[in-house]
Ligand binder design. Structure first.
Ligand code: ZN
Length: 345
């Protein structure tokens, strides 16, 4: 299969952090004229490089210094949407943790409004991509902060007429215990928000099982350590399988931050073989020097997927989006229209 096939393939991206998705070109433009002591090229991993989770999260801290004001955040969001649209991503759910920056006067409210404005402006340009937003809770935060994020998500879902669709839990998986956020997740569910939680990125069977049973998330981010041979349990696998909770799988991200030893060992195979809903995603295309096109290509190469299987993988991702049935149908129709043209590459 040619690279052209993977690029032309219409795709759905459901796990992309705005700040981690910044391309090198955007980063260069942002650091120009800023008092930043490091080289923008050092804010990402080059091909073949790996780093510990600690190193990865240190990188995010540095990126946040660059995106600490509304103007930069607008540019990042705008550019990221255009970059995904260029590689034929037709539907994307971006995610981000609302941040306040005392030094620049950015507030959580202005943060969210800036992101939504960039999304609106892209829509006005008639790009062939539908963009939704998930607000993230960071594991380092308190329950009160998490509750505030849920309230903001409820408010901005109304104001954005449905652009905000859900809540995420992310951040360093070695920090804190996610159980404390259960009341916030329940509050989100009460208001009809969907939940896409980073779960079991590192072995944490008790936390994982508690969260699964208490809230039944709508999607799981990574799920690296759900299965017994990766530090999970048979019960966890059975729960995820019987509830058909889709997994957002980000191959390169897991290899680079060394939570999975190699592509061959990636848990994609385990779940794909079970016929479980799996969605290929990028996580942080900027930091991990990848694209959704590349992730599909790597998955196909590693697990010897046929052209038809790759097509199905992308097509079935539509089932896992946090949008209504009309949007799902619209996307399915689009895929069908594009099929002949793409399959000939
Ligand atoms: Zn992530």
């Amino acid at each position: 299969m040619s690279e052209d096939f993977f690029k032309k393939l219409p795709k759905v991206e459901l796990h992309a952090h705005i700040n981690g998705s910044i391309s090198e070109s955007t980063m260069h433009q942002l650091v120009e004229g800023k008092q930043i002591t490091y080289n923008p090229a050092s804010l990402k991993f080059k091909k073949g490089e790996t780093g510990t989770l600690k190193e990865v999260f240190k990188l995010f801290k540095q990126i946040h210094e660059v995106t600490n004001n509304e103007k930069a955040l607008y540019k990042v969001t705008y550019d990221v949407i255009h970059e995904f649209a260029e590689e034929n991503v037709k539907y994307i759910e971006l995610r981000t943790t609302p941040r306040e920056e005392l030094s620049t006067g950015m507030t959580k409210t202005s943060y969210i409004e800036t992101v939504l404005k960039a999304i609106r402006d892209c829509a006005k340009e008639n790009l062939d991509i539908i963009v939704k937003l998930i607000l993230a809770i960071d594991r380092r935060q308190t329950l009160q902060v998490a509750m505030d994020t849920v309230q903001l998500a409820v408010k901005y879902r109304e104001e954005s007429k449905g652009v905000v669709v859900g809540i995420d839990l992310s951040g360093d998986p070695n920090v804190g215990n996610a159980d404390v956020f259960i009341p916030a997740f329940k509050e989100a569910q009460k208001h009809g928000l969907k939940l896409a939680l980073h779960l079991a990125e590192v072995p944490a069977p008790e936390e994982t099982m508690t969260l699964l049973q208490e809230i039944i998330p709508d999607r799981i981010g990574h799920g690296t350590c759900l299965q017994p041979d990766a530090g999970g349990t048979r019960d966890i696998v059975q729960f995820v399988e019987s509830h058909k909770i889709p997994l957002e799988l980000c191959l390169s991200s897991n290899i680079i931050n060394m939570t999975v030893p190699g592509y061959d060992n990636h848990h994609f195979k385990f779940w794909y073989d079970l016929n479980h809903p799996c969605v290929i995603c990028t996580d942080d295309k900027g930091v991990f020097s990848t694209s959704l096109t590349e992730e599909y290509s790597v998955a196909a190469d590693t697990f010897q997927l046929s052209r038809e299987q790759v097509w199905e993988l992308s097509y079935n991702s539509i089932n896992s989006i946090f949008s209504d049935d009309n949007t799902k149908q619209l996307l399915r129709d689009k895929w069908k229209t594009l099929k002949d043209n793409v399959q000939n590459h």
